[in-house]
Design a protein around this ligand. Structure first.
Ligand code: NDP
Length: 435
Protein backbone atom coordinates (compact mmCIF):
# COMPACT_ATOMS: atom_id res chain seq x y z
CA UNK A 1 0.00 0.00 0.00
CA UNK A 2 2.88 2.37 0.76
CA UNK A 3 4.41 1.76 -2.68
CA UNK A 4 1.08 2.37 -4.40
CA UNK A 5 -0.92 4.97 -2.49
CA UNK A 6 -4.43 5.68 -3.79
CA UNK A 7 -4.38 2.55 -5.95
CA UNK A 8 -6.88 0.28 -4.09
CA UNK A 9 -7.78 -1.94 -7.05
CA UNK A 10 -4.13 -2.63 -7.81
CA UNK A 11 -3.29 -3.33 -4.16
CA UNK A 12 -6.33 -5.66 -3.94
CA UNK A 13 -5.23 -7.66 -6.99
CA UNK A 14 -1.62 -8.00 -5.79
CA UNK A 15 -2.76 -8.95 -2.28
CA UNK A 16 -4.98 -11.72 -3.64
CA UNK A 17 -2.15 -13.24 -5.66
CA UNK A 18 0.40 -12.81 -2.87
CA UNK A 19 -1.88 -14.59 -0.35
CA UNK A 20 -2.32 -17.51 -2.70
CA UNK A 21 1.24 -18.11 -3.82
CA UNK A 22 2.76 -17.58 -0.37
CA UNK A 23 2.86 -21.31 0.51
CA UNK A 24 4.02 -22.27 -2.96
CA UNK A 25 7.04 -19.96 -3.00
CA UNK A 26 7.71 -20.65 0.70
CA UNK A 27 10.69 -22.97 0.25
CA UNK A 28 11.78 -21.81 -3.22
CA UNK A 29 14.84 -19.73 -2.44
CA UNK A 30 15.38 -18.52 -6.00
CA UNK A 31 12.01 -16.76 -6.14
CA UNK A 32 12.82 -14.93 -2.90
CA UNK A 33 16.41 -14.07 -3.78
CA UNK A 34 15.37 -12.77 -7.15
CA UNK A 35 12.44 -10.77 -5.68
CA UNK A 36 10.20 -12.24 -8.36
CA UNK A 37 6.82 -11.28 -6.85
CA UNK A 38 7.97 -7.72 -6.21
CA UNK A 39 9.25 -7.49 -9.80
CA UNK A 40 6.00 -8.82 -11.31
CA UNK A 41 4.06 -6.34 -9.14
CA UNK A 42 6.02 -3.40 -10.58
CA UNK A 43 4.88 -2.77 -14.18
CA UNK A 44 7.67 -2.65 -16.78
CA UNK A 45 6.28 0.79 -17.61
CA UNK A 46 3.15 2.94 -17.37
CA UNK A 47 2.71 5.43 -20.19
CA UNK A 48 0.29 8.27 -19.50
CA UNK A 49 -0.68 10.71 -22.23
CA UNK A 50 -3.01 13.53 -23.21
CA UNK A 51 -5.83 12.77 -25.65
CA UNK A 52 -7.23 15.90 -27.19
CA UNK A 53 -10.29 15.81 -29.47
CA UNK A 54 -12.99 18.09 -30.83
CA UNK A 55 -16.68 17.40 -30.06
CA UNK A 56 -19.52 18.00 -32.53
CA UNK A 57 -20.07 21.51 -31.21
CA UNK A 58 -16.46 22.48 -31.89
CA UNK A 59 -15.37 22.37 -28.20
CA UNK A 60 -11.87 21.08 -27.50
CA UNK A 61 -12.00 18.23 -24.97
CA UNK A 62 -9.02 16.86 -23.04
CA UNK A 63 -8.89 13.30 -21.69
CA UNK A 64 -6.14 11.15 -20.19
CA UNK A 65 -4.96 7.93 -21.85
CA UNK A 66 -2.72 5.17 -20.50
CA UNK A 67 -0.93 2.02 -21.56
CA UNK A 68 0.32 -0.19 -18.75
CA UNK A 69 2.96 -2.67 -19.97
CA UNK A 70 3.16 -5.01 -17.01
CA UNK A 71 5.35 -7.92 -18.05
CA UNK A 72 6.69 -9.36 -21.32
CA UNK A 73 8.65 -12.33 -19.96
CA UNK A 74 6.76 -14.88 -22.06
CA UNK A 75 5.63 -12.85 -25.08
CA UNK A 76 4.63 -9.40 -26.33
CA UNK A 77 2.44 -7.36 -23.97
CA UNK A 78 -1.18 -8.20 -24.62
CA UNK A 79 -4.40 -6.87 -23.08
CA UNK A 80 -7.43 -4.75 -23.85
CA UNK A 81 -8.22 -1.06 -24.00
CA UNK A 82 -11.04 0.27 -21.80
CA UNK A 83 -12.97 3.51 -22.34
CA UNK A 84 -15.04 4.27 -19.24
CA UNK A 85 -15.22 7.23 -16.83
CA UNK A 86 -14.16 4.92 -13.97
CA UNK A 87 -10.77 4.23 -15.60
CA UNK A 88 -7.81 5.26 -13.45
CA UNK A 89 -4.15 4.26 -13.35
CA UNK A 90 -4.97 1.93 -10.43
CA UNK A 91 -7.69 0.11 -12.41
CA UNK A 92 -5.42 -0.35 -15.42
CA UNK A 93 -2.48 -1.51 -13.28
CA UNK A 94 -4.70 -4.12 -11.62
CA UNK A 95 -5.99 -5.28 -14.99
CA UNK A 96 -2.49 -5.47 -16.52
CA UNK A 97 -1.23 -7.42 -13.48
CA UNK A 98 -4.13 -9.93 -13.71
CA UNK A 99 -3.69 -10.16 -17.47
CA UNK A 100 -0.09 -11.34 -17.01
CA UNK A 101 -1.23 -14.48 -15.14
CA UNK A 102 -4.26 -15.02 -17.34
CA UNK A 103 -2.21 -14.93 -20.52
CA UNK A 104 0.32 -17.34 -19.03
CA UNK A 105 -2.51 -19.72 -18.13
CA UNK A 106 -3.71 -19.93 -21.74
CA UNK A 107 -0.46 -21.68 -22.67
CA UNK A 108 0.09 -19.14 -25.48
CA UNK A 109 3.15 -16.85 -25.69
CA UNK A 110 1.64 -13.56 -24.50
CA UNK A 111 2.80 -11.07 -21.85
CA UNK A 112 0.44 -8.82 -19.88
CA UNK A 113 -0.70 -5.25 -20.50
CA UNK A 114 -3.79 -3.05 -20.40
CA UNK A 115 -4.73 0.45 -21.49
CA UNK A 116 -7.55 2.89 -21.79
CA UNK A 117 -8.97 6.26 -21.02
CA UNK A 118 -11.47 7.96 -18.72
CA UNK A 119 -13.37 8.94 -21.90
CA UNK A 120 -17.10 8.17 -21.61
CA UNK A 121 -18.42 6.88 -24.94
CA UNK A 122 -22.05 7.07 -23.69
CA UNK A 123 -24.05 9.77 -25.43
CA UNK A 124 -21.28 10.51 -27.94
CA UNK A 125 -21.95 10.53 -31.68
CA UNK A 126 -20.16 8.04 -33.93
CA UNK A 127 -18.07 10.88 -35.38
CA UNK A 128 -17.01 11.96 -31.88
CA UNK A 129 -16.02 8.41 -31.02
CA UNK A 130 -14.04 8.17 -34.26
CA UNK A 131 -12.19 11.40 -33.54
CA UNK A 132 -11.43 10.27 -30.01
CA UNK A 133 -10.13 6.85 -31.18
CA UNK A 134 -7.93 8.49 -33.82
CA UNK A 135 -6.48 10.91 -31.31
CA UNK A 136 -5.89 8.10 -28.79
CA UNK A 137 -4.01 6.07 -31.43
CA UNK A 138 -1.99 9.10 -32.56
CA UNK A 139 -0.10 8.79 -29.28
CA UNK A 140 -0.47 5.06 -28.60
CA UNK A 141 1.01 3.92 -31.95
CA UNK A 142 4.60 4.67 -30.88
CA UNK A 143 4.32 2.29 -27.89
CA UNK A 144 2.79 -0.78 -29.62
CA UNK A 145 3.61 -3.22 -32.43
CA UNK A 146 2.83 -6.78 -33.55
CA UNK A 147 5.93 -8.07 -31.69
CA UNK A 148 5.90 -5.42 -28.95
CA UNK A 149 2.42 -4.86 -27.53
CA UNK A 150 -0.89 -5.93 -29.06
CA UNK A 151 -3.97 -4.22 -27.53
CA UNK A 152 -7.57 -5.43 -27.93
CA UNK A 153 -11.07 -4.32 -26.90
CA UNK A 154 -12.58 -4.20 -23.40
CA UNK A 155 -15.39 -2.21 -21.76
CA UNK A 156 -16.46 0.56 -24.16
CA UNK A 157 -14.16 -0.69 -26.92
CA UNK A 158 -15.76 -3.08 -29.41
CA UNK A 159 -15.28 -3.85 -33.11
CA UNK A 160 -16.18 -0.33 -34.20
CA UNK A 161 -13.58 1.35 -31.99
CA UNK A 162 -10.92 -1.22 -32.91
CA UNK A 163 -11.65 -0.41 -36.58
CA UNK A 164 -11.15 3.33 -36.01
CA UNK A 165 -7.91 2.70 -34.10
CA UNK A 166 -6.52 0.19 -36.60
CA UNK A 167 -7.30 2.60 -39.45
CA UNK A 168 -5.38 5.37 -37.70
CA UNK A 169 -2.42 3.07 -36.91
CA UNK A 170 -2.17 2.04 -40.55
CA UNK A 171 -2.46 5.62 -41.71
CA UNK A 172 0.37 6.81 -39.45
CA UNK A 173 2.78 3.90 -39.88
CA UNK A 174 1.86 2.53 -43.31
CA UNK A 175 2.17 -0.96 -41.78
CA UNK A 176 -0.56 -3.58 -42.14
CA UNK A 177 0.35 -5.82 -39.21
CA UNK A 178 -1.55 -7.61 -36.47
CA UNK A 179 -1.06 -4.75 -34.03
CA UNK A 180 -4.59 -4.96 -32.58
CA UNK A 181 -6.90 -7.92 -32.07
CA UNK A 182 -10.69 -7.98 -32.16
CA UNK A 183 -10.49 -6.67 -35.73
CA UNK A 184 -13.27 -7.02 -38.30
CA UNK A 185 -13.22 -10.18 -40.40
CA UNK A 186 -12.56 -8.14 -43.56
CA UNK A 187 -9.23 -6.87 -42.30
CA UNK A 188 -7.58 -9.67 -40.36
CA UNK A 189 -9.99 -10.44 -37.51
CA UNK A 190 -10.64 -13.95 -36.27
CA UNK A 191 -13.90 -15.86 -36.29
CA UNK A 192 -15.41 -16.45 -32.81
CA UNK A 193 -13.38 -13.62 -31.18
CA UNK A 194 -16.56 -11.74 -30.15
CA UNK A 195 -18.05 -14.91 -28.64
CA UNK A 196 -14.84 -16.25 -27.08
CA UNK A 197 -14.84 -14.69 -23.59
CA UNK A 198 -18.47 -15.47 -22.76
CA UNK A 199 -18.35 -18.92 -24.35
CA UNK A 200 -15.04 -19.65 -22.62
CA UNK A 201 -16.43 -18.70 -19.18
CA UNK A 202 -19.28 -21.16 -19.70
CA UNK A 203 -16.92 -23.89 -20.98
CA UNK A 204 -14.88 -23.38 -17.82
CA UNK A 205 -18.05 -23.71 -15.73
CA UNK A 206 -18.93 -26.90 -17.64
CA UNK A 207 -15.42 -28.27 -16.95
CA UNK A 208 -15.80 -27.61 -13.21
CA UNK A 209 -19.22 -29.28 -13.14
CA UNK A 210 -18.03 -32.20 -15.22
CA UNK A 211 -15.16 -32.85 -12.77
CA UNK A 212 -17.95 -33.52 -10.25
CA UNK A 213 -20.03 -35.60 -12.64
CA UNK A 214 -22.53 -32.80 -13.39
CA UNK A 215 -23.47 -30.62 -16.37
CA UNK A 216 -25.40 -27.44 -17.20
CA UNK A 217 -28.57 -29.15 -18.43
CA UNK A 218 -31.58 -27.63 -16.64
CA UNK A 219 -29.44 -25.34 -14.43
CA UNK A 220 -30.69 -21.81 -13.68
CA UNK A 221 -28.00 -19.20 -14.31
CA UNK A 222 -27.80 -15.68 -12.92
CA UNK A 223 -25.69 -13.39 -15.13
CA UNK A 224 -24.71 -9.73 -14.69
CA UNK A 225 -23.83 -7.29 -17.46
CA UNK A 226 -25.41 -7.08 -20.90
CA UNK A 227 -22.36 -6.40 -23.02
CA UNK A 228 -20.15 -8.62 -25.09
CA UNK A 229 -19.21 -11.09 -22.37
CA UNK A 230 -22.63 -11.34 -20.67
CA UNK A 231 -24.70 -11.89 -23.81
CA UNK A 232 -22.37 -14.57 -25.18
CA UNK A 233 -22.23 -16.31 -21.81
CA UNK A 234 -26.04 -16.35 -21.79
CA UNK A 235 -26.03 -17.74 -25.35
CA UNK A 236 -23.68 -20.61 -24.47
CA UNK A 237 -25.69 -21.42 -21.31
CA UNK A 238 -28.73 -21.84 -23.58
CA UNK A 239 -26.73 -23.98 -26.07
CA UNK A 240 -25.77 -26.30 -23.20
CA UNK A 241 -29.34 -26.69 -21.94
CA UNK A 242 -29.26 -24.17 -19.06
CA UNK A 243 -31.63 -21.30 -18.30
CA UNK A 244 -30.24 -17.74 -17.90
CA UNK A 245 -32.73 -15.63 -15.92
CA UNK A 246 -30.99 -12.25 -15.41
CA UNK A 247 -28.87 -9.61 -17.18
CA UNK A 248 -27.90 -6.14 -15.96
CA UNK A 249 -26.21 -2.83 -16.74
CA UNK A 250 -25.13 0.12 -14.66
CA UNK A 251 -28.82 1.07 -14.21
CA UNK A 252 -29.98 -2.20 -12.59
CA UNK A 253 -30.92 -5.77 -13.52
CA UNK A 254 -33.76 -7.58 -15.29
CA UNK A 255 -35.18 -10.85 -14.03
CA UNK A 256 -36.95 -13.05 -16.56
CA UNK A 257 -38.25 -16.13 -14.69
CA UNK A 258 -39.19 -17.82 -18.01
CA UNK A 259 -35.54 -17.72 -19.01
CA UNK A 260 -33.75 -15.83 -21.79
CA UNK A 261 -34.06 -17.61 -25.12
CA UNK A 262 -31.65 -17.12 -28.05
CA UNK A 263 -34.22 -14.79 -29.58
CA UNK A 264 -34.36 -12.63 -26.44
CA UNK A 265 -30.56 -12.59 -26.17
CA UNK A 266 -30.30 -11.43 -29.80
CA UNK A 267 -32.72 -8.63 -29.00
CA UNK A 268 -30.47 -7.54 -26.09
CA UNK A 269 -27.33 -7.67 -28.28
CA UNK A 270 -28.96 -5.49 -30.92
CA UNK A 271 -30.52 -3.17 -28.34
CA UNK A 272 -27.25 -2.59 -26.42
CA UNK A 273 -24.80 -2.43 -29.33
CA UNK A 274 -26.73 -0.88 -32.22
CA UNK A 275 -29.32 1.17 -30.37
CA UNK A 276 -27.07 1.83 -27.34
CA UNK A 277 -30.21 1.20 -25.25
CA UNK A 278 -30.69 0.41 -21.55
CA UNK A 279 -31.43 -3.05 -20.16
CA UNK A 280 -34.50 -1.60 -18.34
CA UNK A 281 -36.27 -1.49 -21.74
CA UNK A 282 -36.22 -5.31 -21.85
CA UNK A 283 -39.38 -5.42 -19.71
CA UNK A 284 -41.34 -3.39 -22.31
CA UNK A 285 -40.40 -5.96 -24.95
CA UNK A 286 -40.83 -9.09 -22.81
CA UNK A 287 -43.63 -8.47 -20.28
CA UNK A 288 -42.98 -11.53 -18.05
CA UNK A 289 -39.77 -9.88 -16.81
CA UNK A 290 -39.17 -7.33 -14.05
CA UNK A 291 -36.59 -4.53 -13.74
CA UNK A 292 -34.80 -3.80 -10.45
CA UNK A 293 -33.31 -0.33 -10.50
CA UNK A 294 -29.87 0.23 -9.02
CA UNK A 295 -29.57 -3.42 -7.91
CA UNK A 296 -27.34 -6.35 -8.83
CA UNK A 297 -28.86 -9.80 -9.51
CA UNK A 298 -27.07 -11.86 -6.84
CA UNK A 299 -30.09 -12.32 -4.57
CA UNK A 300 -32.06 -14.16 -7.29
CA UNK A 301 -32.03 -17.93 -6.53
CA UNK A 302 -29.91 -19.91 -8.99
CA UNK A 303 -27.74 -22.99 -9.50
CA UNK A 304 -24.83 -21.18 -11.13
CA UNK A 305 -23.71 -17.53 -11.40
CA UNK A 306 -21.64 -15.63 -13.97
CA UNK A 307 -20.63 -12.08 -13.06
CA UNK A 308 -19.87 -10.51 -16.47
CA UNK A 309 -20.07 -6.71 -15.98
CA UNK A 310 -17.18 -5.10 -14.12
CA UNK A 311 -14.81 -5.17 -11.11
CA UNK A 312 -16.15 -5.30 -7.53
CA UNK A 313 -19.78 -5.82 -8.54
CA UNK A 314 -20.24 -8.86 -6.26
CA UNK A 315 -19.60 -8.14 -2.58
CA UNK A 316 -19.44 -10.26 0.58
CA UNK A 317 -23.22 -10.09 1.25
CA UNK A 318 -23.96 -10.99 -2.35
CA UNK A 319 -21.70 -14.04 -2.11
CA UNK A 320 -23.43 -15.14 1.10
CA UNK A 321 -26.86 -14.69 -0.56
CA UNK A 322 -25.77 -16.83 -3.54
CA UNK A 323 -24.49 -19.57 -1.24
CA UNK A 324 -27.63 -19.46 0.95
CA UNK A 325 -29.82 -19.73 -2.17
CA UNK A 326 -28.06 -22.92 -3.27
CA UNK A 327 -25.65 -21.65 -5.93
CA UNK A 328 -23.07 -24.39 -6.55
CA UNK A 329 -20.69 -22.73 -9.02
CA UNK A 330 -19.50 -19.24 -9.97
CA UNK A 331 -17.49 -18.49 -13.12
CA UNK A 332 -16.19 -14.92 -13.49
CA UNK A 333 -16.66 -13.57 -17.03
CA UNK A 334 -15.57 -10.09 -15.91
CA UNK A 335 -12.22 -9.14 -14.36
CA UNK A 336 -12.23 -9.23 -10.54
CA UNK A 337 -16.04 -8.83 -10.22
CA UNK A 338 -15.98 -10.46 -6.75
CA UNK A 339 -14.29 -8.42 -4.04
CA UNK A 340 -11.89 -10.09 -1.57
CA UNK A 341 -14.65 -10.66 1.01
CA UNK A 342 -16.79 -12.43 -1.58
CA UNK A 343 -13.86 -14.60 -2.70
CA UNK A 344 -13.19 -15.56 0.92
CA UNK A 345 -16.90 -16.44 1.38
CA UNK A 346 -16.90 -18.69 -1.71
CA UNK A 347 -13.70 -20.39 -0.56
CA UNK A 348 -15.04 -20.89 2.98
CA UNK A 349 -18.26 -22.44 1.63
CA UNK A 350 -16.12 -24.59 -0.71
CA UNK A 351 -18.35 -23.96 -3.70
CA UNK A 352 -16.84 -24.15 -7.18
CA UNK A 353 -15.41 -20.69 -7.87
CA UNK A 354 -13.48 -19.84 -11.04
CA UNK A 355 -11.65 -16.49 -10.93
CA UNK A 356 -11.66 -14.27 -14.01
CA UNK A 357 -8.02 -14.87 -14.79
CA UNK A 358 -8.89 -18.51 -15.53
CA UNK A 359 -12.55 -18.35 -16.54
CA UNK A 360 -12.46 -15.39 -18.91
CA UNK A 361 -9.16 -16.25 -20.60
CA UNK A 362 -11.01 -17.54 -23.69
CA UNK A 363 -11.12 -14.03 -25.14
CA UNK A 364 -7.43 -13.34 -24.97
CA UNK A 365 -6.73 -16.92 -26.09
CA UNK A 366 -8.63 -16.37 -29.33
CA UNK A 367 -6.85 -13.00 -29.61
CA UNK A 368 -3.62 -15.02 -29.42
CA UNK A 369 -4.96 -17.21 -32.22
CA UNK A 370 -5.80 -14.04 -34.19
CA UNK A 371 -2.14 -12.98 -33.81
CA UNK A 372 -1.00 -16.37 -35.14
CA UNK A 373 -3.38 -16.12 -38.09
CA UNK A 374 -2.14 -12.59 -38.88
CA UNK A 375 1.53 -13.65 -38.70
CA UNK A 376 0.88 -16.60 -40.99
CA UNK A 377 -1.45 -14.48 -43.19
CA UNK A 378 -4.14 -17.14 -43.15
CA UNK A 379 -7.39 -17.80 -41.32
CA UNK A 380 -8.80 -20.82 -39.57
CA UNK A 381 -12.41 -21.99 -39.88
CA UNK A 382 -15.03 -21.54 -37.20
CA UNK A 383 -15.00 -25.25 -36.36
CA UNK A 384 -11.20 -25.27 -36.00
CA UNK A 385 -11.32 -22.23 -33.73
CA UNK A 386 -14.23 -23.56 -31.63
CA UNK A 387 -12.25 -26.75 -31.03
CA UNK A 388 -9.10 -24.78 -30.15
CA UNK A 389 -11.07 -22.59 -27.69
CA UNK A 390 -12.60 -25.64 -26.00
CA UNK A 391 -9.15 -27.29 -25.75
CA UNK A 392 -7.57 -24.15 -24.33
CA UNK A 393 -10.29 -23.82 -21.65
CA UNK A 394 -9.85 -27.50 -20.79
CA UNK A 395 -6.08 -26.95 -20.52
CA UNK A 396 -6.57 -23.98 -18.18
CA UNK A 397 -8.92 -26.06 -16.03
CA UNK A 398 -6.31 -28.81 -15.80
CA UNK A 399 -3.54 -26.34 -14.88
CA UNK A 400 -5.77 -25.01 -12.08
CA UNK A 401 -6.35 -28.56 -10.84
CA UNK A 402 -2.60 -29.24 -10.75
CA UNK A 403 -1.99 -26.51 -8.17
CA UNK A 404 -5.46 -26.03 -6.65
CA UNK A 405 -6.60 -29.52 -5.68
CA UNK A 406 -6.97 -29.36 -1.89
CA UNK A 407 -8.14 -32.95 -1.46
CA UNK A 408 -11.52 -34.24 -0.32
CA UNK A 409 -13.08 -33.25 -3.65
CA UNK A 410 -12.40 -29.53 -3.15
CA UNK A 411 -10.50 -27.52 -5.75
CA UNK A 412 -9.32 -24.00 -4.91
CA UNK A 413 -9.37 -22.62 -8.45
CA UNK A 414 -8.14 -19.20 -7.35
CA UNK A 415 -5.02 -20.68 -5.81
CA UNK A 416 -4.57 -23.05 -8.75
CA UNK A 417 -4.80 -20.25 -11.30
CA UNK A 418 -2.53 -17.91 -9.35
CA UNK A 419 0.19 -20.49 -8.84
CA UNK A 420 0.09 -21.92 -12.38
CA UNK A 421 0.17 -18.43 -13.95
CA UNK A 422 2.83 -17.17 -11.56
CA UNK A 423 5.12 -20.18 -12.02
CA UNK A 424 5.30 -19.86 -15.79
CA UNK A 425 6.10 -16.14 -15.74
CA UNK A 426 8.44 -16.43 -12.74
CA UNK A 427 10.48 -19.24 -14.32
CA UNK A 428 10.92 -17.22 -17.51
CA UNK A 429 12.05 -14.22 -15.45
CA UNK A 430 14.57 -16.39 -13.57
CA UNK A 431 16.04 -17.48 -16.91
CA UNK A 432 16.73 -13.84 -17.86
CA UNK A 433 18.64 -12.98 -14.67
CA UNK A 434 18.23 -9.58 -13.08
CA UNK A 435 16.68 -7.38 -15.79
P1 NDP B 1 -19.05 -4.23 -22.55
O1 NDP B 1 -18.70 -2.78 -22.63
O2 NDP B 1 -19.50 -4.94 -23.78
O3 NDP B 1 -20.18 -4.47 -21.42
C1 NDP B 1 -19.96 -4.07 -20.11
C2 NDP B 1 -21.23 -4.35 -19.33
O4 NDP B 1 -20.98 -4.09 -17.95
C3 NDP B 1 -22.37 -3.43 -19.72
O5 NDP B 1 -23.58 -4.10 -19.52
C4 NDP B 1 -22.21 -2.28 -18.74
O6 NDP B 1 -23.39 -1.58 -18.48
C5 NDP B 1 -21.80 -3.01 -17.49
N1 NDP B 1 -21.01 -2.15 -16.62
C6 NDP B 1 -19.86 -1.49 -16.93
N2 NDP B 1 -19.43 -0.77 -15.88
C7 NDP B 1 -20.33 -0.98 -14.90
C8 NDP B 1 -20.43 -0.51 -13.58
N3 NDP B 1 -19.52 0.32 -13.05
N4 NDP B 1 -21.49 -0.96 -12.84
C9 NDP B 1 -22.41 -1.80 -13.36
N5 NDP B 1 -22.36 -2.28 -14.63
C10 NDP B 1 -21.34 -1.87 -15.37
O7 NDP B 1 -17.77 -4.94 -21.91
P2 NDP B 1 -17.36 -6.48 -21.95
O8 NDP B 1 -18.56 -7.34 -21.93
O9 NDP B 1 -16.36 -6.64 -23.04
O10 NDP B 1 -16.55 -6.61 -20.58
C11 NDP B 1 -17.18 -6.98 -19.35
C12 NDP B 1 -16.13 -7.47 -18.37
O11 NDP B 1 -15.43 -8.59 -18.94
C13 NDP B 1 -15.03 -6.46 -18.01
O12 NDP B 1 -14.62 -6.71 -16.67
C14 NDP B 1 -13.90 -6.85 -18.95
O13 NDP B 1 -12.64 -6.43 -18.47
C15 NDP B 1 -14.05 -8.36 -18.92
N6 NDP B 1 -13.41 -9.05 -20.04
C16 NDP B 1 -13.79 -8.80 -21.33
C17 NDP B 1 -13.19 -9.50 -22.35
C18 NDP B 1 -13.68 -9.36 -23.76
O14 NDP B 1 -13.24 -10.16 -24.59
N7 NDP B 1 -14.54 -8.44 -24.08
C19 NDP B 1 -12.07 -10.44 -22.12
C20 NDP B 1 -11.83 -10.71 -20.72
C21 NDP B 1 -12.46 -10.00 -19.73
P3 NDP B 1 -23.64 -0.12 -19.16
O15 NDP B 1 -24.13 -0.42 -20.54
O16 NDP B 1 -24.65 0.51 -18.29
O17 NDP B 1 -22.31 0.59 -19.14
Amino acid sequence: KRRNPYQPEFVQAVQEVAEDIFDFIGDKEEYHEQQILRRIAEPDRVVSFRVCWEDDKGNIRVQRGWRVQNNNAIGPYKGGIRFHPSVTESVLKFLAFEQTFKNALTGLPMGGGKGGSNFNPKGKSVREIMRFCQSFMTELYRHIGADVDVPAGDIGVGGREIGFMFGQYKRITNHFTGVLTGKGLEYGGSLIRPEATGYGAVYFMANMLSAKGMDLEGKTAVISGSGNVATHAAEKIVHLGGKPVTLSDSGGFIHDPDGLTLEKINWVKHHKTHRRGRISEYVDEFPGATFHEGKTPWHVPCDVALPCATQNELLGDDARALIANGCIAVSEGANMPSDLEAVHAFKAAKIMFAPGKAANAGGVAVSGLEMSQNSARRSWTETELQDMLKDIMKGIHERCLTYGDRGGGYVDYVKGANIAGFKKVADAMLAFGVV
